[in-house]
Design a protein. Structure first.
Lengths: 308, 269
């Protein structure tokens, strides 16, 4: 998987032999600049500058009208605020839930269906929600989870009326339920990625293992899973980053409520900045979130890349 | 025995997955007048087209889809071309510190998107880009660059070195080498990146609700969110019908190219 080794590949000198026209001449420097400029300008101006601006803002008390330097106050306030622990727990629940559900289900469905003739049909039903928008997902899940929604109606019809709940009204149930909704939508991505990984396993490897008498679970555990490792790193890496950044589905289903009970870090950041107009405090949350995402991805990818 | 259990589990999972989709479709058919206040499990009436009409009239979902089509097509196109240029520079040209330039562009996929909202909101307000179609197109194109760059760049490393050496001996300029040799060879990676980024831009809600308010600027998903906040006015069937129609383009696009996705990604590995 080339996907896994960007760093390793870029470290390698990109153009060792004198292959380019007018190599090292002044025209060549200009040419390089012209090819690189659009991408660097777009990313630099619209992503890296905003990031630096956010980091800078986090040291100020800023209500949009006036701005005073407060040092690390915003960070201290955030880390000691009563809701912060709850937000961290929710974010952690999203990471664990996303690793446990979409990744695992995606793996099992991909492995279970890739050799079946009707497998495409089963996969179709899992991939369909991925093609639907987050907004469509939220609309239909609101519909399922309302007090008089489809889920409670189904429970009543099955004679399980005592299990009826206000699904989005109590923590931790609301976060768990939203993780399920997000799993419904996101598992298709994992299925597709694992399928690509499975296609890359040489059939001869599987045949040889089968000749040695491996089958079923042992074949899966000792042959398929290790061979899938490169793509697993990608799926897990993406899942960790995306779950730490969870925003859309919570915003659409519960707005982080009731109160701030189901907020994730991304929602706290959004609420501080846009609902309360406390730009400095919002920026501090954004920086904390960035540090967490970058640190976690770096730690995970570094270990995985070394292990390869 | 094991085979039968596996089949049962797979069928059960697939059916379970279809339940919300089923509810989405069935309830989008219920005419507003027939809606009882509780979701239906079977079609109650055939008011789908009326519902779509109401959604389009009340929340400008039609405008939103038109806007999103412009943003998604042009934004993804710009991003893919820009990404291809940068990939060529990093992979083929004698650039100093290619790893540094790689990370400068690639870091865009790691930063949390919410982080950009406040500075962009401020920057857009002062530069008069706020609530304009140019502003929306610009941010979507920029956000789509890093991932497109990653895909195209990796693919371009597979272009045989001999091909560019031959071109260099012929005295071809960088631009000619890029257009006549590398561009055709990375065509499929560029198409894959285009489709991924089209889907992403189409489904974006965050930047839509933050950087625009006017109906003639807002993308489809932001308009749809307006409909949800007017929930009591229009009723769930209308909301669902709007959501279903707004999702059709990506569903169609996604399934039309699903085979292509897997095949082209396989080539890069």
């Amino acid at each position: 998987m080339t996907v896994l080794t960007p760093a390793a590949e870029v470290e390698r000198p990109a153009s060792t032999p004198a292959a380019g026209p007018a190599r090292r001449g002044p025209r060549s420097v200009l040419a390089v600049a012209l090819f690189l400029a659009p991408a660097v300008a777009l990313v630099g101006v619209l992503m890296i500058v905003p990031f630096l601006d956010t980091a800078y803002r986090s040291f100020f008390n800023d209500n949009g009208l006036s701005r005073t330097f407060v040092g690390l106050d915003n960070y201290v306030t955030l880390l000691t605020s009563s809701g912060f622990g709850q937000t961290l727990v929710n974010t952690l629940m999203w990471v664990v839930g996303t690793l446990a559900l979409p990744v695992l289900i995606g793996l099992l469905i991909a492995v279970g269906t890739h050799e079946l003739r009707w497998g495409a049909l089963a996969r179709f039903s899992l991939v369909l929600p991925y093609a639907l928008s987050g907004a469509a997902t939220a609309v239909v899940w609101t519909f399922v989870l309302r007090d008089d929604g489809a889920l409670n109606a189904a429970l009543a019809a099955l004679g399980l009326a005592h299990l009826e709940q206000g699904w989005l009204l109590e923590w931790p149930l609301n976060t768990v339920v939203m993780i399920v909704a997000s799993t419904w939508q996101g598992t298709g991505v994992a299925v597709i990625l694992f399928l690509i990984g499975l296609q890359a396993i040489p059939p001869s490897t599987i045949e040889a293992a089968k000749l040695d008498g491996a089958s079923g679970f042992r074949l899966f555990w000792h042959i398929t899973l290790p061979q899938l490792r490169p793509i697993t790193v990608v799926v897990v890496g993406i899942s960790v980053v995306n779950s730490l950044k969870t925003f859309d589905i919570v915003w659409l289903l519960s707005k982080g409520g009731p109160g701030t009970a189901s907020e994730t870090l991304a929602l706290t950041m959004y609420r501080e900045t846009f609902t309360l107009a406390r730009y400095g405090a919002g920026a501090a949350v954004a920086v904390v979130l960035t540090v967490v995402v970058v640190a976690v991805s770096w730690l995970y990818l570094r270990r995985q890349l070394q292990a390869n | 025995m094991g085979r039968a259990i596996k089949a049962v589990v797979l069928v059960a999972t697939a059916l379970l997955w279809l339940v919300p989709t089923w509810l989405l479709v069935v309830n989008s058919f219920t005419a507003a007048a027939d809606y009882t206040g509780t979701p239906a499990w079977w079609p109650q009436s055939w008011g789908f087209l009326d519902n779509v009409g109401v959604a389009f009239a009340k929340a400008n979902v039609g405008y939103g889809m038109l806007n999103s089509l412009v943003y998604a097509v042009l934004g993804a196109l710009i991003a893919v071309v820009v990404a291809a240029l940068a990939s060529f520079a990093v992979v083929v040209m004698p650039v100093k510190r290619p790893a540094l330039w790689f990370w400068v562009i690639y870091v865009g996929t790691i930063l949390p998107l919410q982080m950009f909202l406040a500075p962009l909101f401020g920057g857009y307000a002062t530069t008069a880009l706020y609530d304009t179609q140019y502003g929306m197109l610009l941010i979507y194109a920029a956000l789509a660059v890093p991932f497109a760059f990653f895909v195209v760049r990796n693919y371009m490393t597979t272009v045989p070195r001999e091909m560019r050496e031959a071109a260099a001996l012929d005295g071809a300029s960088w631009l000619r080498m890029f257009v006549s040799i590398h561009l055709p060879l990375v065509r499929s990676a560029m198409l894959a990146a285009f489709l991924f980024q089209f889907t992403w831009i189409w489904n974006d809600l965050l930047f839509g609700i933050t950087l625009s308010t006017s109906p003639n600027v807002r993308p489809a998903m932001a308009s749809l969110a307006d409909l949800t906040s007017n929930y009591s006015n229009v009723g769930p069937p209308v909301v669902l019908a709007g959501a279903l129609v707004a999702s059709l383009p990506t569903v169609i696009l996604f399934f039309a190219f699903q085979r292509f996705f897997t095949r082209s990604l396989k080539l890069t590995s």
